[in-house]
Design a protein around this ligand. Structure first.
Ligand code: FES
Length: 142
């Protein structure tokens, strides 16, 4: 059903887990399917630049949502916050081989949204306690 890149990220997700002392957390959920993801960022300051030093995620959702979040973490690790904000759904789908089925393309939006929320929370300096208002409580993987 899915290509090898998606299946590899789904079966062996990169950067899955929690950063307990994260500098920012972003959460996003899709109320229609109930999937939810949470991103944890550790940010390092190098001069005036703020760089994503570590990133981890928890995704409770479909295979494409997990693959998307996994590939997102690989794409933004080591990037500045502004560079990371330019990694969008289209770039993630391309990194996953470009053939995410149309019915599953919304799954990429969750990862993009969770990252934006995390960075916004970091910039607001209230990151750890804030989450996406549309997010639901995590549930078990499908
Ligand atoms: S089906 Fe909901 S995120 Fe994939």
């Amino acid at each position: 059903m899915y290509n090898d890149i998606i299946m590899e990220h789904f079966r062996h997700p990169k950067n899955q887990g929690v950063i307990k002392d994260a500098d920012a957390v972003g959460e996003a959920g899709n109320p229609q399917c109930g999937d939810v993801m949470k991103l944890y960022l550790k940010i390092k300051k190098v001069g005036k630049k703020e760089i994503i030093d570590k990133i981890k995620f928890e995704t409770l959702g479909c295979a494409v949502a997990i693959a998307n979040t996994s590939v997102l973490t690989e794409m933004v690790k080591g990037k500045t916050l502004n560079e990371a904000l330019r990694v969008n759904r289209v770039a993630m789908i391309k990194a996953l081989g470009g053939d995410v089925p149309p019915a599953k393309q919304h799954c990429s939006l969750l990862a993009e949204e969770a990252l934006k929320v995390a960075i916004k929370n970091y910039r607001n300096r209230s990151g750890r306690a804030m989450s996406c208002p549309t997010a639901k409580r995590p549930r078990k993987n499908k």
